[in-house]
Design a protein around this ligand. Structure first.
Ligand code: DGL
Length: 276
């Protein structure tokens, strides 16, 4: 009989739902467990040690809940914790299990978007300071191909976590960071929303951006990359349950997650509170 293991999707809060939504759209057959560490969000302003510790705890919890594979649907966690978890922790916890992030697939996809190589990366302070995007881009494409301008947008995650997705205050903070980015490099033709919370603000970001600038979210990129990964790893794919079920957990109040998460997923959801 098929073992029926799950795919875990983790984020500091609601942002990872923008990734989950696309993954479920592209790969609806599998069983998913979403975990939002809402009680300890945001991660973007926390130290390397704290993000690594919190992410490790969440990954272990998702393994306990029957996940064989966990996607860190959070750039900050991918930037600060993924490598150590993959290289140091997994061999000890369980060498059969896998943890993947969102930065590598985004960097791989970027080659097909920018025409002039001028790319803006909008992210949390943690992701920007980690230099993960410039380093991964240089590794993959060499030094010359892209001119990268990074900008931290610390006000955007709190806006999303509080469901402030429109209105004058929100527009003010979107315009502020967009202008700052384009002042730093007016030639930018492609902007990556390198924080999984930001796609919720995408309509306003696009509105504040000049029309020639493409604004790229990561959901479809990560979903396609996961589909590809599962094709290349049939030994893992064969162990996954295929009832098409999505289960939600939060480390904070379940009712609030159901309300907010329901808005983000566009459907009614049931959530359980979890201590990690
Ligand atoms: N959604 C997370 C990311 O992609 C970060 C949000 C936070 O600061 O907790 O970086």
């Amino acid at each position: 009989m098929r073992p029926r293991e799950n795919i875990g999707v983790f984020d500091s809060g609601y942002g990872g739902l923008t990734i989950l939504k696309e993954i479920v759209r592209v790969l609806p057959q599998y069983n998913y467990i979403y975990l939002g560490d809402n009680a300890r969000a945001p991660y973007g302003t926390r130290s390397f040690e704290m993000v690594y510790r919190y992410t490790g705890e969440a990954v272990k919890k998702l393994f306990e809940l029957g996940c064989r594979l966990v996607i860190l649907a959070c750039n900050t966690a991918s930037a600060k914790a993924l490598r150590t978890i993959q290289q140091v922790d997994l061999p000890e916890w369980d060498p059969e299990k896998r943890v993947l992030g969102v930065i590598r697939p985004s960097v791989e996809a970027l080659g097909q978007y920018s025409r002039n190589g001028h790319v803006g990366i909008l992210a949390t302070r943690g992701t920007v300071n980690s230099l993960s995007y410039p380093m991964e881009l240089e590794k993959l494409y060499g030094k010359q191909r892209f001119k990268i301008t990074q900008l931290a947008c610390p006000m955007w995650v709190p806006l999303v976590e509080n469901n402030e997705l429109e209105g004058e205050g929100t527009i003010y903070f979107i315009r502020k960071y967009v202008q700052e980015l384009l002042t730093a490099d007016p030639k930018i033709d492609t902007v990556v929303l390198a924080c999984t919370h930001y796609p919720l603000l995408r309509p306003l970001i696009v509105r504040c951006m000049p029309p020639q600038v493409q604004v790229i979210g990561q959901g479809h990129i990560v979903a396609d990359s996961l589909g590809d990964y599962l094709k290349r790893h049939p030994e893992l794919e064969e162990r996954l349950g295929t009832e098409g079920r999505v289960t939600y957990y939060t480390t904070d109040e379940a009712e609030w997650f159901e309300r907010m998460g329901g808005i983000f997923m566009g459907e009614k959801i049931k959530c359980t509170r979890l201590v990690i």
